[in-house]
Design a protein around this ligand. Structure first.
Ligand SMILES: [Zn+2]
Ligand SMILES: [Zn+2]
Ligand SMILES: [Zn+2]
Length: 282
């Protein structure tokens, strides 16, 4: 399984536009790993997790052919994870040629929200309508917490992230050739029910939401101290393999720091900080 990290920022990007806090100022000076695009990853150059506002440009920058994307897995529909503007360019009105069929997986609430954006901006399109599916060449697969979907060589397991209950936001375990990846952003908490599902897997790679640093939590997401507790629990219960790689993603400036400082701190607790353009092969 090849994982390319396309973006690692929270909704705010990093550095945050217009912000003059110490973290954003240092990030602008440093550049490199301190410049973060909105969070998404792509697996084996064909399975995109979250069509965010930066995902297509990130693929262009990292040499990934977006014409070959076959699957879109949406965690939820917040604007840093779904940019309908990219989606509607599949429409024949945009003179798009030779589209690959796209299988989309998301919760019903997320699909409704995505469709609201689409209908508002392109009133003749409707995500749920057959003619739209035919023209934009996709199939919409509605999934919910606990569902396990087989998609060719992949198996995806949907888990409630409690991040936005209105739209049934989800995190996913993606299994491919006996390797398991947990993509855990945006995540409020792992409930007991969620642990029961996760417990069935040996995780090789884990991404967790570190929107906030130590002592900061403005809600909706995990913070640094919560990540540490989750990692401890996973290690104690044998949920992660001995060689498992654990990364924090969805980084905002709130209580976090520059990449180098965060990475040094994370190492002490057995994880790393993801950065844009990072590639993992397992
Ligand atoms: Zn987000
Ligand atoms: Zn800032
Ligand atoms: Zn969100």
């Amino acid at each position: 399984m090849k994982i390319k990290v396309l973006g690692t920022a929270a909704a705010t990007s990093m550095p945050l536009g217009f912000c003059n806090c110490d973290v954003c100022k240092k990030a602008r000076q440093n550049g490199g790993k301190d410049i973060r695009k909105r969070s998404s990853i792509i697996i084996n150059d064909e399975m995109l997790i979250d069509l965010g506002p930066d995902s297509i440009n990130a693929c262009n920058i990292y040499g990934i052919d977006t014409g070959k994307i076959k699957y879109l897995i949406q965690t939820h529909s917040h604007s840093d994870h779904f940019d309908g503007g990219h989606f509607v360019t599949r429409w024949s009105e945009y003179a798009t040629k030779n589209l690959n069929h796209l299988d989309i997986y998301c919760s019903y609430g997320t699909a409704l929200d995505m469709n609201n954006w689409i209908k508002e901006n392109e009133p003749s399109l409707d995500l749920f309508k057959e003619e739209c599916k035919k023209d934009l060449k996709y199939e919409l697969h509605i999934i919910k917490h606990g569902d396990i979907e087989k998609i060719n060589d992949y198996e995806i397991t949907a888990i409630d992230s409690k991040h936005d209950e209105r739209i049934e936001s989800l995190i996913y375990i993606i299994s491919y050739k006996e390797k398991n990846l947990l993509y855990g952003t945006d995540l409020l908490k792992i409930t007991e029910e969620a642990w029961k599902i996760i417990d069935n897997y040996k995780l090789d790679i884990v991404f967790l939401d570190q929107t906030y640093g130590e002592g900061f939590n403005n809600g909706g997401h995990l913070d640094e101290s919560e990540i540490k507790k989750i990692i401890e629990y996973m290690n104690e219960h044998g949920i992660t393999t001995q060689e498992a790689k654990i990364y924090a993603t969805h980084i905002s400036h709130e209580g976090n720091n520059t990449h180098e400082i965060m990475e040094a701190k994370a190492k002490l607790s057995g994880y790393s900080i993801a950065y844009d353009g990072m590639e993992i092969n397992i």
